[in-house]
Design a protein around this ligand. Structure first.
Ligand SMILES: C[S@@+](CC[C@H](N)C(=O)[O-])C[C@H]1O[C@@H](n2cnc3c(N)ncnc32)[C@H](O)[C@@H]1O
Length: 260
């Protein structure tokens, strides 16, 4: 490296350090007493950024294009600029989901956790008109959000079937072995994720795919992280999708999962 570039790199390092350190020191000391919630938020923000920027040491991370062959243009159609509390909003995640839907050419998708229907609509926009998405959420009277409002009255709504129930007790048997893709994004507590995951595995056809949102979310959603990591012994093909919080599994074609 030329001296000039070395000096520039050094100056940049000092600048970053001087800008960041007062905040870091404050958050690690006084803020713990005066503003503990602010400290917690700060730590979570750092962890979230780390989760997105670094590879997952347990499952390993891959680009979506390494996990699934494909290409072409994806579509993100809808008011995704509007902030919502509980939705999938990272552009990279929306794009990867759209890529999955485009390149998998699914006939049937099952989503566990509709919320306002943002990912439901995104998936619907990127599948063929004669394909279907079934999406499950708790009964409307048990939740505050208007379930499915984001896909209602859209062209894609005809591809979507909304169903209601608690995923722990819901009878999924009508879809066993039939789904090309199952998207798991309901309650993020460990027991719920374990149960949703078993149901997803039952619904997914051999060679189909299962995705989990908020897998790589060290700060908040350890239930998803723990449940999915435990699954790696049974399904060594599980991977984290680089640049997202998503985990992805291609269900093996054959019984012996370790040969995949
Ligand atoms: C994180 S949100 C889903 C977000 C949505 N996939 C999106 O990105 O647009 C989780 C949803 O799961 C629902 N949910 C939570 N527990 C559930 C359960 N036991 N059974 C079914 N749905 C549940 C919640 O009501 C909420 O709407």
């Amino acid at each position: 490296m030329a001296l000039d570039s070395k000096l520039k790199a050094g100056a940049y390092l000092v600048k970053s350090y001087v800008t960041a350190m007062p905040r870091v020191i404050y958050r690690a000391t006084f803020s713990l007493m005066f503003d503990p919630k602010g400290t917690q938020k700060f730590v979570h923000q750092i962890l979230n950024a780390q989760d997105i920027e670094t590879d997952d040491p347990i499952l390993g991370s891959r680009d979506i294009t390494e996990l699934m062959n494909g290409g072409g243009d994806i579509q993100i159609t809808g008011p995704y600029y509007a902030r919502r509390s509980s939705d999938t909003r990272l552009l990279m995640e929306l794009a990867c989901l759209a890529y999955l839907a485009q390149n998998l050419h699914p006939k049937l998708i099952f989503e566990i956790g509709t919320f306002v229907g943002r990912t439901t609509r995104l998936l619907a926009v990127n599948i063929a008109p004669n394909s279907q998405i079934v999406t499950l959420d708790l009964p409307q009277e048990q939740v505050k959000q208007d379930i499915g409002v984001d896909y209602r009255n859209t062209t894609e709504a005809s591809r979507i079937r909304q169903v209601y129930g608690d995923s722990r007790f819901y009878d999924f048997s009508a879809w066993h072995g039939k789904c090309d893709f199952v998207w798991v994004d309901a309650c993020h507590d460990y027991d719920f994720v374990v149960s949703d995951t078993r149901n997803a595995l039952n619904m997914c056809r051999p060679g189909g795919w299962i995705g989990w949102h908020d897998y790589r979310h060290t700060a908040w959603w350890s239930g998803v992280t723990r449940a999915v990591r435990e699954l790696r012994f049974e399904y060594p093909g599980l991977r984290h999708v680089r640049g997202t919080t998503m985990a992805l599994l291609k269900k093996p074609e054959k019984e012996d999962k370790r040969n995949e």
